[in-house]
Every structure is written in structure tokens, then in C-alpha cells.
Design a protein around this ligand. Structure first.
Ligand code: FCA
Length: 336
């Protein structure tokens, strides 16, 4: 019995290698390979982008190469590596938008098509590099949705705005982050929130730990407030602020944090049996940012159809009460 199984295996392996030897010759000419580089592969948003990019790869029949590229060095070697593997193009969310001219030059030298997602490259003068197709979020408007959501909840709770502090977790070196938090602050002020109560809390990196540290400083320096609200460029930033506030005794009843994203960081928070200070999130679309960008790159490689130069996607505010409904509306319901 054992011997028969072994023989069958050998036969199967031989058949498989025979196919392998003949297949590449037929496929090589039209085999499309696309890289998808992200700056923070551990962040749920980027995991989701990859997941949707995989769906596009499966559907269209191209090979997707997922690469985590948290530094400039990693980006440069990843691009060379893609060229060596005969990829024809890549989609990238860069770890630093100022790497723009270097990345564009490297892609050109390697003969690879490129488009950016989420974070738009800038040139030496800090201006967006408009020649590279980009899909980002409509950052300022989405920030405004955050601020409006917070303001509505403050009013609903009947808080006196003079007693409320706002933790504004900032990351000014990233234009989309600046636009998001500015939008949120502007909307709060437009709703009557005192500007002086908005406390800037600059984070060193865009993750929860760094937001936690930044928020802690803001809380330590401002002890006069009875209630807090918080916003940031993403869910991770708001989670950092929410955890820091919890540490000081500001729980769900005295904290309104609204993030941007809607991936697992937010969903897990909503799944906790008791509400936390993480009140809501503006859900954006990893489907569009992962699947659609990959499809655009595929059409560019295959049919020479260049992607639109700029696509800005929108978001929808969700709380633990309506998150399932909002995800459904955004076409994300079946994704988990
Ligand atoms: C930036 C942020 C991510 C995500 C994305 C759409 O890259 O760092 O968290 O919000 O934009």
C-alpha cells in the first residue's frame, strides 16, 4: 500500500514538472506581474488593501507581488527586485512622500509603470508629483465628517463645549494627514467648539503607540477639561488617544474619539462588549484602494490605458450601532 502511494506520488510529481517545463514558454509573453508596496504592512488597512488587490489578481489572472516597504532603502531595493522578476508595474503607498523624485527615477530606470495609493508623492518643493497617477482619499472632506460627527455627539450628550478638550493627533509631514486633521478641527470650530481647546499632539509615527505617547503629553498638560474628544489621520491614531484617556479615567462616557479607516482596528473596538471612547470611524474603501488600483495598473500594462491622474475616494461615518449597515452600503460587507 505504502509503495503504491509512493509510486503514485512520483508519477504525479513527474507530470507536474513536465507541465511546468512546457508552460512558461506559452505564458511568458502575456504574463502580467504587478507589485503592491505598502509602508506599514502590519496595519489592518494595508492588509485589507492587499486582500482586495489579491481579488483583482485572481479575477484578471495576473501575479501580485506584495512587498512591505517601511523605509526608503526597502522601496528602492523592492523596485529593483520587481524589475529582476520581470514585473511590468507597481502600486505603492510610500513610507515617505518626499522620496517622490527618487522613486519616480528608479521606476523609470527599471522600466516599470507606477501609480501611488493613499499617500501622494511630492517633489523637492513639496508639490504633488502630478505626472504619477494617484488614488487617495478626499482628505479634508473626510476630516470634516470626523469633526461633524464629534460635534453632533457633543451636542447630543449636552456637554458644555467650554469644558471639552480636543486631542488633535497630528502628523504634519504627510499632506493627507494634515488635510484630514485640519478638516476635523475646522468642522469642530464651525460647530462652535472653542479653537483654544484644540490641543495639538504631534505623533512621531502613524501608529497607535506613537499616538498614545503624544496624547498622554496633551492630557498631562491640560488638566482643566471635564471631557475629551479625539481625532487623528486614522483609526490607529485615535485608538492611541482613547487608550491614553482611559488611563486617566476618561472612559466611554467622557471621551468621543472618531477615527478614519474602518478596518480591523476599528471593528475590533466595536466588537468589545462595552462601548469605549472610540465612538466612531469614517469608513473609507480598501476595496477601491486595493482592487481598483490593481485593475487600473493591469489595464495600463495590458492595454496601454493609463489610469486617471487623480482619483479621490469618499467615506461614511459609522458607529458601533450602524457599522454593519455602513459597510454593506460601501460594498465591504462580504469582505470579512
Ligand atoms: C495613509 C494612512 C493610512 C490610511 C491611508 C488611507 O496612508 O497612514 O492609515 O489611512 O492613508
Amino acid at each position: 500500500m505504502k509503495r503504491r502511494m509512493f509510486l503514485t506520488l512520483v508519477a504525479a510529481t513527474t507530470a507536474a514538472s513536465a507541465t511546468l517545463i512546457s508552460a512558461p514558454v506559452a505564458q511568458a509573453a502575456d504574463q502580467v506581474k504587478i507589485g503592491f508596496l505598502v509602508k506599514q504592512p502590519e496595519e489592518p488597512w494595508f492588509q485589507d488593501e492587499w486582500k482586495f488587490a489579491e481579488m483583482a489578481a485572481k479575477e484578471k489572472g495576473f501575479t501580485l507581488v506584495k512587498i512591505g516597504a517601511p523605509s526608503g532603502e526597502k522601496v528602492m531595493s523592492a523596485i529593483d527586485n520587481l524589475a529582476a522578476q520581470k514585473a511590468q508595474g507597481f502600486v505603492i503607498c510610500t513610507p515617505d512622500v518626499k522620496l517622490g523624485p527618487g522613486i519616480v527615477a528608479k521606476a523609470k530606470a527599471d522600466g516599470l509603470k507606477m501609480m501611488t495609493v493613499d499617500d501622494r508623492l511630492v517633489d523637492g518643493a513639496g508639490k504633488p508629483i502630478e505626472s504619477v497617477p494617484h488614488m487617495g482619499i478626499s482628505a479634508y472632506n473626510i476630516g470634516k465628517q470626523v469633526g461633524e460627527g464629534i460635534a453632533a455627539e457633543i451636542k447630543k450628550r449636552g456637554w458644555n463645549m467650554a469644558d471639552v478638550g480636543a486631542i488633535d493627533v497630528t502628523y504634519e509631514q504627510l499632506p493627507t494627514a494634515h488635510d484630514r486633521t485640519t478638516g476635523a478641527a475646522d468642522a469642530l470650530v464651525a460647530a462652535g467648539f472653542p479653537k483654544a481647546n484644540i490641543i495639538m499632539a504631534p505623533q512621531a509615527k502613524t501608529d497607535t503607540e506613537n499616538a498614545f505617547n503624544a496624547a498622554n503629553i496633551a492630557l498631562t498638560k491640560n488638566t482643566k477639561f471635564k471631557h475629551w474628544v479625539a481625532f487623528a489621520l486614522n483609526d490607529e491614531g485615535v485608538l492611541g488617544a482613547v487608550r491614553a484617556a482611559e488611563g486617566r479615567g476618561f472612559k466611554a462616557d467622557n471621551m468621543i474619539g472618531v477615527g478614519i479607516g474602518g478596518s480591523d482596528s476599528a471593528l475590533n473596538e466595536f466588537k468589545k462588549p462595552n462601548p469605549t471612547g472610540f465612538y466612531g470611524t469614517v469608513i473609507i474603501s480598501p476595496k477601491r484602494h486595493g482592487e481598483e488600483t490593481s485593475e487600473l495598473m493591469y489595464a495600463w500594462i495590458k492595454d496601454g490605458k493609463e489610469p486617471p491622474k487623480l482619483t479621490l475616494t469618499s467615506g461614511m461615518l459609522a458607529t458601533r450601532d450602524n457599522v454593519a449597515e455602513v459597510r454593506e452600503k460601501m460594498g465591504l460587507a462580504s469582505a470579512k
